[in-house]
Ligand binder design. Structure first.
Ligand code: ASP
Length: 327
């Protein structure tokens, strides 16, 4: 289903972005650039200790340290900024904005990103909440085979595509994914976007997901549209997913169809046994969100999910178009 709404303001985001899209639209109505409006919106979620997938309160890596990934992209200048594996700074999206505006680079990682943030006066703080620490401790205590180290042969193809491993329930329960992506279009046709996350919980320290990678967790082309991703970052990286969504829109697809087409490719290329469920389908979730230059928007996911949109009259929750109707 393509939802028609001529031009902006429009803000579309992952399901955890209800307030974020409202803030983003209010900012754009007040004259902010979409990229700044997107960051202002996602900051609410980064600051929220109860969202365990983003910013402060995010679930930590395998060492119990919160490491954040974020990127921003500005349509009018076609510039982007990103930080990966950034520690101790609550709002990585704001640091990503600084990378875009105050360096000649696109991506800073780890210690270098932290030093850059310090130089710009960002306050360092412990991002690990008690709630997140307890979740991590529980994970540690039950580790066994549920980490991200794979034994030799563990990435093998199945004998037949339809004979995947049974999804591991414990692993799924404890590693709830999450991220916020927000794409924004203003009334004068400018586009901008931001994606921010604490990444996959209990990840190998230093692991970088799709969220800070331009073309994977987010992509903006001011002539065409903006797109972003949440879900299994490795799959979004291998598909160069957000770039693919924008390129599909360039070829004339509506936002929802553009997202779905990339998911079909993800499905096609998901081949190794441990990533398949017992029906031979991806054993993970991945969602793409998109808005085009006309203000049409949409989202699609491997399995049913929700997204939010705001066009000025409050946030509305909507269903994504799923590739498969049920898990
Ligand atoms: N895409 C994020 C990552 O892989 C996680 C998520 O959205 O659930 O780091």
């Amino acid at each position: 289903m393509i939802v028609r709404k001529r031009a902006g303001p429009v803000a579309v985001a992952s399901g955890n972005g209800s307030r974020a899209v409202e803030v983003a639209v209010a900012k754009m109505t007040g004259g902010s650039l979409p990229v700044d409006a997107a960051v202002a919106g996602v900051n609410l979620v980064e600051d929220d200790p109860n969202d365990t997938s983003v910013g402060y309160g995010g679930l930590p890596n395998a060492d119990g340290v919160v490491e954040l990934d974020s990127c921003v992209m500005d349509g009018p200048t076609h510039l982007a900024g990103a930080v990966a594996a950034l520690r101790n700074i609550k709002n990585p999206s704001q640091v990503a904005l600084k990378v875009m505006r105050r360096t000649d680079h696109v991506l800073l990682v780890g210690e270098g990103a932290l030093r850059f943030a310090r130089a710009h006066g960002f306050k360092e703080e412990d991002l690990l909440t008690e709630r997140a620490r307890k979740r991590w401790l529980r994970w540690q205590e039950r580790l066994s085979e549920h980490d991200d180290w794979i034994e030799p042969g563990g990435n093998a193809l199945p004998k037949k595509k339809a004979a995947g491993a049974k999804p591991d329930k414990d692993r799924k329960e404890e590693r709830d994914p999450g991220t916020i992506h927000l794409s924004a279009l203003d009334a004068s046709g400018r586009l901008g976007a931001c994606t921010t996350t604490s990444g996959l919980s209990f990840k190998i320290p230093g692991r970088v997901g799709d969220s800070p990678l331009i073309g994977c967790g987010l992509y903006v082309d001011n002539d065409i549209g903006s797109a972003g991703a949440t879900g299994r970052g490795e799959a979004a990286i291998l598909a160069n997913g957000s770039h693919g969504v924008v390129e599909n829109m360039r070829r004339g697809m509506g936002p929802e169809e553009a997202c779905l087409e990339v998911l079909r490719r993800v499905d096609h290329y998901t081949r190794i046994q441990r990533l398949l469920d017992d029906k031979g389908r991806p054993a993970f979730q991945l969602t793409f969100y998109a808005v085009n230059k006309n203000g049409d928007y949409g989202a699609a996911s491997i399995y049913p999910s929700r997204f939010v949109v705001c066009t000025g009259d409050g946030a509305r929750k909507k269903r994504t178009r799923p590739l498969y109707e049920s898990r």
